[in-house]
Design a protein around this ligand. Structure first.
Ligand SMILES: [Zn+2]
Length: 166
């Protein structure tokens, strides 16, 4: 379902060609090969011969369903990562006003769902080696930080399971 949502307007069973003038990189147009994964496949590791997302890339295939479940549990965040990617690579990419509006709308959607994580997920200043700079995060910076945040949740989830199995 989530996977379909991301690709609704651009995915029709492979390479998409809705707009022949679209200069988005083709790699954005594949869903991740992991079943039900909500992320686009942005990496093509030679060993699997299919496009996978940054979270499924290099993970043991036995961990794939668990990773997918974590991504689905955090759909409020993963959908904002995908919304940012769409905005920053779509028609609005060169329109700073539209990007600002999309950024603001993204946080407006996420904040009420973020619960105890709201402070951590709130758009802020760019951090350099953990130290906050005076420069505001761009929409892309924020999306990258959300991507890393989800990476942390995936690692946590896999570590907990490994611990429980012992
Ligand atoms: Zn994936």
């Amino acid at each position: 379902m989530a996977r379909k949502e991301f690709n609704d307007h651009e995915y029709h069973g492979g390479r998409v060609t809705d707009d022949p003038l679209d200069d988005k990189p083709a790699r954005m147009r594949y869903p991740c090969a992991a079943n039900q994964c909500p992320m686009p496949g942005t990496i093509f590791p030679g060993n699997t011969r299919s496009w996978v997302c940054v979270y499924h890339c290099n993970a043991h295939s036995g961990d794939w369903p668990r990773i997918t479940q974590i991504l689905l549990d955090w759909q409020c965040v993963t959908s904002e990562i995908n919304a940012a990617r769409r905005a920053l690579t779509g028609e609005s990419a060169r329109d700073p006003v539209a990007i600002d509006a999309a950024f603001a709308a993204g946080w407006q959607r996420l904040e009420p769902l973020a619960g105890d994580w709201a402070e951590q997920l709130r758009p802020g200043n760019i951090r350099v080696r953990g130290v906050e700079s005076r420069h505001r995060e761009s929409y892309g910076d924020w999306a990258n930080r959300l991507t890393e945040f989800i990476g942390g949740r995936v690692l946590d989830g896999l570590t907990k399971r490994a611990g429980a199995a012992r």
